[in-house]
Design a protein around this ligand. Structure first.
Ligand SMILES: Cc1cc2nc3c(=O)[nH]c(=O)nc-3n(C[C@H](O)[C@H](O)[C@H](O)COP(=O)(O)OP(=O)(O)OC[C@H]3O[C@@H](n4cnc5c(N)ncnc54)[C@H](O)[C@@H]3O)c2cc1C
Length: 426
């Protein structure tokens, strides 16, 4: 079977790329290893900045009908600090959260409705090149298929530990393990998305679909070990007890709430920028680059990166690689750096205390941080691209401006930390 494009992975990045290419008339194979619906470790929040991409995929209406309430406030819960601030307003309104068992099905079905051929469950087991064609071997439960494509888009996430798209690194005490739980009940106010900062980790809470509250978090390997020693039980239970024991805001928000379904765990996660193009293969979503989930922007970046890639492919065809790699970096690198800074500030005991003091004094730092993380950014259109995808676009804030803000913020935090240490000594 011959296709213009083969897309590996039907998460937000892959399904978006498959839908947008298929609706432009490309023949597309969409290959997904797991059966859907499936739950996934994720905070499930999607920024309003991604609404134009959801619209382009034809799922904006269903998304709004299913998702949780609009989120218009950000909060910080760290120790006994509980501070709220407005989220920056994006042109498309407010972000919302939707369970991955719903979102990923919506996006996959949208790709199929536009004409993509779905191979699911089927795993891309090997990949080779013959002249200007890629040959993909698909492994299914009962058979193996071979398909051939002019363009390959790897959108297979960052959790592969083996094979051609493995994201690996040596194990360290600072490795982050990720957890997700759905709660029913509790007292989290509608419209607020708290950021949790606790010893050895960070996380978030948000109202998702069907009245559920999603808690997602990342915990350092060494802190996880300590939490298990102190609180006992399975890893996920120990982490939730650790958060409740150390974070007043989380205690209040989840008072009386019950965990629904199993607590999911994965990791270690590997935030960072990776290859966006290599040897004729285009990378989109988490496999290309992953921000610390503290900014809750991974789904948005995955969909936005596919949106950018499709524009590039339509403009330049298979030769789009270097331009795609540059456009990706221009659009997302500042967000990844900001996320790393916020993650470090949240997890380090001194900086967390200093940041909490600063945020108590200046809650608008939270609004500014959300802006920096891309909550109101617009998706950039590469110059000269004519895609025929009718979506309003405005230029993003210049990266240089973002960098200056980032370093100003970093400087302010350093001063805060220094003052906190002096206070401690006095
Ligand atoms: C704790 C935590 C909280 C988070 N919270 C948020 C949040 O609130 N908001 C947000 O925007 N982001 C959040 N994220 C990030 C978000 O989950 C990811 O960025 C997003 O899922 C990336 O999408 P993707 O399409 O690139 O990859 P994935 O969603 O991982 O999808 C990849 C797909 O590829 C398939 N696949 C892999 N290999 C193969 C193969 N060889 N053959 C066939 N199929 C294959 C997989 O089965 C999978 O379905 C969070 C992440 C974590 C860890």
């Amino acid at each position: 079977m011959q296709f213009d494009a083969a897309v590996i992975g039907s998460g937000p990045a892959g399904a978006t790329a498959a839908r947008l290419l298929a609706q432009l008339g490309w023949s597309v194979a969409l290959i997904e290893r797991n059966g859907f619906p499936r739950r996934k470790v994720c905070g499930e929040f999607i920024s309003a900045a991604t609404m134009p991409v959801l619209e382009a995929c034809g799922v904006a209406g269903d998304f709004l009908a299913l998702a949780g309430p609009p989120v218009h406030k950000v909060a910080a819960y760290a120790g006994d600090t509980v501070v709220e601030a407005p989220l920056p307003h994006a042109k498309a309104g407010w972000g919302r959260a939707l369970g991955r068992e719903h979102l990923d099905v919506l996006l996959r079905d949208a790709a199929v409705a536009a004409g993509a051929m779905l191979f699911q469950p089927a795993e891309v087991a090997s990949l080779s090149r013959q002249a200007d064609r890629h040959i993909l071997t698909l492994r299914r439960a009962d058979a193996a298929d071979e398909i051939c494509a002019r363009v390959v888009i790897a959108a297979c996430g960052s959790w592969n530990t083996r094979g051609a798209f493995a994201v690996t690194a040596t194990s360290r005490p600072s490795d982050l393990f990720a957890f997700k739980a759905h709660f029913r009940g509790g007292a989290l106010a509608d419209g607020v998305m708290p950021l949790l900062a606790f010893p050895g980790g960070y996380g978030g809470l948000v109202h998702s679909d069907g009245g559920r509250v999603t808690l997602s978090c990342c915990v350092r390997r060494d802190a996880l070990g300590r939490a298990r020693e102190i609180h006992g039980g399975k890893a996920g239970e120990a982490v939730i007890r650790h958060i409740l024991a150390s974070t007043e805001g989380a205690r209040r928000a989840l008072q009386g709430a019950m965990v629904e379904d199993a607590i999911l765990a994965t990791g270690p996660i590997r935030p960072g920028i990776r290859a966006r193009y290599c040897d004729g293969i285009f990378f989109a979503g988490n496999v290309a680059g992953e921000a610390h989930p503290i900014i809750a922007e991974g789904i948005s970046m995955a969909m936005q990166s596919s949106w950018l890639l499709v524009q590039r492919l339509v403009a330049d065809g298979p030769a789009a690689g270097p331009n795609h790699a540059r456009a990706w970096k221009r659009q997302f690198a500042a967000r990844l750096h900001a996320a790393s800074l916020f993650a470090w500030l949240a997890m380090n005991d001194h900086s967390r205390a200093a940041a909490a003091q600063l945020i108590r004094a200046f809650p608008s730092i939270l609004t500014w941080g959300a802006t920096l993380s891309g909550k109101s950014a617009s998706v950039m259109s590469p110059p000269g691209s004519e895609t025929g995808i009718a979506v309003p676009m405005t230029p993003p804030e210049p990266t240089a401006q973002n960098s200056v803000r980032l370093w100003l913020g970093f400087g302010a935090m350093c001063v805060g930390m220094f003052m906190a240490i002096l206070n401690k000594r006095a």
